[in-house]
Design a protein. Sequence first.
Length: 413
Amino acid sequence: MALRDLWNRLRGKEEGAKPEEAAPPLPEAGKDVASEAGKDPPSEAVKETPPEVFKEAPPEVVQEPPAAVTEAPAEPVREAPPVVAPPPPDQPPPAPPPVAAAPEPEETRGFFARLKAGLSRSTAKLTQSITGVFTKRKLDDAALEELEETLISADLGVAASQRIVAGFRRTRFGREATEEEIKSALAEEIGAILAPVARPLEITPAHAPHVVLVVGVNGTGKTTTIAKLSEQYRAQGLKVWMVAGDTFRAAAVEQLQVWGERTGAHVVAPAKHGADAAGLAFDALRDARAAGADVLLVDTAGRLHNKTALMDELRKVVRVLKRHGEAVPHSTLLVLDATTGQNAVSQVRVFKEMVEVTGLVVTKLDGSAKGGVVVALAQEFGLPVHAVGVGEKAADLRPFEARDFARSLVGLD
């Protein structure tokens, strides 16, 4: 009943409304519309506020905007200059950024500095014992015996070590010496051993081309040495040809071809893998002579010095080249890896029996603690040391200089 009373009241209000303001209500199911028409209109308590009252906002809602919100006319934005905070009182003002200096050219810096850096490990091994044993101590028999042991352990070899100690005994026996005096004396004795073998490789124009056969065991750096020599000779204005005679190693052939493109040298490569190296060298010399080349650098396969069959192949290359003349090859370079230490002495001995070695190139001194082996080689064989290598660049292969090497080996400037 309560719902029906509410419904009746609502109907009474709706009947009093204007047609355009409210639609007539639907009749309740089962009821007669006419029966409800005589009822009283709903009381004032349930009358709804006319819709027109809500068309305007209440007075308290509508407010004037505060004056602070009013924006002034826009002005162009100007960037303020950066503010640099002053340094704290206990710190000096920051220095201006340094001006980068141009890198010092390799030639200006000198090969001596690179050689000294490359021999640093050998120097440390040699001088650490000297510092502890000989500083402010008389060079008596016991001290000289310790000196000899130190030199032998630094790969200078027995013969060279005995010669150096004999020189100390003659000139400095019984004297008290400082570390610097010991180093200077060592440099003098070592330099005396190295001086006769410090001879650069000379290219003879009369040979045209001057044939340089490069030999050595696997991994000593023969191909890289040939590439460096090629770049140096090309810089001197010589016409250089190279022969990729390591026919069984494809990487060696490709490496030489890449270097030929870089340096502008002509490369004679085998037609197929494993081609006859002797025949390749013979044809290359014939063509290089016809082309007016000045230098012919012949690479060979890396051979273990204790393998007779491989050494016989090397003899064949030499025999075939000599068909162009008994003086060919004009130079035979044996490339040695300084990291092998005293094993380099054995390599020289065996290669000298197989071919006529005319000179040595010692590589990888930059990563070796066995640089003293060069002194042992000079004392043992007396072969010219044409060049030493202390890096990968062409400028890092340079003619051997006895005094520079000796002073670098003992850590002197």
